[in-house]
Design a protein around this ligand. Structure first.
Ligand code: GAP
Length: 523
């Protein structure tokens, strides 16, 4: 049965709230977390020893999905482009990198402690949870006033008075070498992009790149978050995929492909609406984002589109995505302008990825602190200049993983179906012999499996219960299942079942690869 849908205000498909009741009953993020554990996508970190809050281990299916997300991003943002190259920097860095970047001084969240039970809470999260007021961009004094005025108590012990809000630095410290002390202190990287900035000159000198060009990196980042929560959404160890796009500061609008994306539409929550305490979302084009100076450059609008469109291509519905402009108060210390790409998670609209215009902040800081020249030479004007980072597409791998699973998780009657795009599915084709104790049948099925194994990511199983095997494959998102039965031995054909329609078709073994390719491309 086709699910009923109520059109949204733009005439598009129904909102998540409407669809949730019909085909996507993820009631909470906890439901997704337990599904992920049950099916081997993600396990709580250090579980055997009681766990460690904010750390997660990816299981056999999770690592496949995660690697595919990373590979797809790398292909689209690096390999398919002539103007981007990649690096893979170290995780532990010289502390001066993080002093110059401003993270040692300003990379902090506001925290309150319970005077009774000692539990620490992130003040903005607490205010939002208790009073429903968004507080991410609130000044520390305002948080103090609100907590006192509303007599907010510790939500853990329900009684304790809270301390005054104070800043808490999120960088993880470690020690390098045998002796611990001030001199051996180093930091685990809090964002991947800093190793891009400190290698800017190395890349420029070796990769023969000319401005405008980008440097990308994907890898681990660490933040000692006060309140890790919502499963993978906010953890202490996570992965980022980041790209810094460097342009000449006088050529911020020289974006040759801008016209191609200028008419594409997106939902936007502007800073001015948020300042008015309104949550009014406007549909606008990426052209309007640049023309009405929400973003400072055409390059920024261009990269916002690439980032947003990557999610559409991976199967996220446009109704579940929007851009949110950062208000002035909330901008990070390095940012000229920032837009988050928000996703409609089961716990509300939250940041999925982000994109700042970082201006000349980082290269200027690193040049100053390292006392090295990080400028470029302009052949036309014969002057030196510091390149400008017009856009920084920054995407958390784990948040992309979470959004893609949320979007794909579907309950269809009595079956759970993970409607992942075939290119992301951990298994693309599963092969089952009808019975597990018939040598001839097994040999034939193994031959069928061998014949398709090089073309697709496959799973072969002699379970003997086809119904159960289909259900299991539906739950992990396998787009096609093949059953080999006794007729196969005579007719040299098999049954192919489609994950989404459950339709079955008899297909000759010699035409199998072509047929499977068709199914996979149809989704
Ligand atoms: N270099 C810019 C930067 O790091 P950010 O907004 O702090 O900006 C970028 O982080 C992205 O990294 C976020 O949009 C999110 O996808 C991911 N991210 C940040 N903190 C995270 C956390 N604690 N857990 C999981 N993902 C996180």
């Amino acid at each position: 049965m086709k699910p009923q849908t109520t059109p949204n205000k733009f005439g598009g498909p129904a909102s998540r709230e409407t669809r949730l009741q019909i085909v996507q009953p993820i009631k909470s993020i906890d439901e997704l977390a337990s599904f992920c554990k049950r099916r081997g996508f993600v396990f709580p970190g250090s579980e055997l020893y009681g766990g460690l809050s904010g750390f997660w281990d990816y299981g056999p299916l999770g690592v496949e999905l995660k690697n595919k997300i990373k590979a797809d991003w790398w292909k689209k943002f690096v390999q398919d482009r002539d103007d981007v190259v990649g690096i893979d920097g170290a995780i532990v860095n010289n502390p001066n990198i993080w002093i110059a970047s401003g993270h040692v001084g300003s990379f902090a969240d506001v925290l309150v402690d319970c005077k009774r039970c000692g539990v620490k809470h992130r003040a903005d999260v607490l205010i939002n949870d208790v009073l429903g007021i968004p507080a991410d961009s609130m000044a520390i004094e305002q948080m103090k006033e609100i907590i006192e005025k509303n007599n907010i108590r510790c939500p853990a012990c329900k009684k304790g008075e809270l301390t005054e809000p104070r800043r808490f630095n999120l960088l993880f410290k470690t020690h390098v070498g045998a002796v611990e002390g001030e001199k051996s202190t180093a930091y685990l990287r809090g964002e991947t992009c800093q190793t891009i900035f400190v290698n800017f000159k190395n890349v420029l000198d070796t990769a023969r790149m000319k401005l405008p060009f980008g440097i990308a990196q994907a890898g681990k980042a660490f933040r000692n978050e006060i309140a890790p929560r919502d499963f993978l959404f906010r953890s202490r160890e996570f992965e980022q995929m980041e790209l810094e796009f460097f342009v000449h500061p006088q050529k911020l609008n020289d974006c040759p492909e801008f016209e191609k994306i200028a008419k594409k539409k997106v939902l936007v929550l502007t800073a001015s609406e948020q300042v008015k305490k309104s949550q009014k979302v406007t549909e606008m084009t990426f052209g309007e984002l640049a023309e009405k100076v929400y973003v400072k450059s055409k390059w920024h609008a261009y990269w916002l589109f690439q980032h947003y469109n990557w999610f559409l291509e991976l199967g996220i519905s446009p109704e579940n995505l929007r851009l949110r402009e950062h208000t002035k108060d909330e901008l990070s210390h390095y940012a000229v302008a920032t837009f988050d790409i928000e996703y409609n998670f089961p716990f509300g609209w939250k940041e999925l990825g982000g994109q700042a215009d970082r201006g000349q902040f980082d290269l200027t800081q690193h040049a100053k602190f390292s006392k090295k020249d990080l400028s470029c030479f302009d052949e036309e004007t014969k002057q030196r200049f510091i390149p400008y980072v017009a856009a920084e597409p920054s995407q958390g791998v784990d948040r992309a993983f979470l959004a893609l699973l949320t979007e794909a998780y579907t309950v269809d009657g009595d079956r759970i179906v993970l409607k992942l795009k075939p290119k992301l599915a951990p298994v693309q084709v599963a092969v089952f012999p009808l019975l597990r104790n018939d040598a001839k049948l097994l040999k034939f099925a193994q031959g069928v499996h061998k014949g398709i194994k090089e073309k697709f990511i496959t799973h072969y199983e002699e379970s003997g219960n086809i119904g159960k095997s289909y259900r299991r494959q539906d739950e992990i998102g396998t787009p096609a299942c093949i059953t080999v039965d006794f007729d196969s031995l005579k007719g040299k054909d098999v049954t192919v079942r489609d994950r989404d329609t459950m339709k079955q078709k008899r297909v000759k073994v010699k035409e199998l690869i072509e047929y499977l390719e068709k199914i996979l491309q149809s989704k």
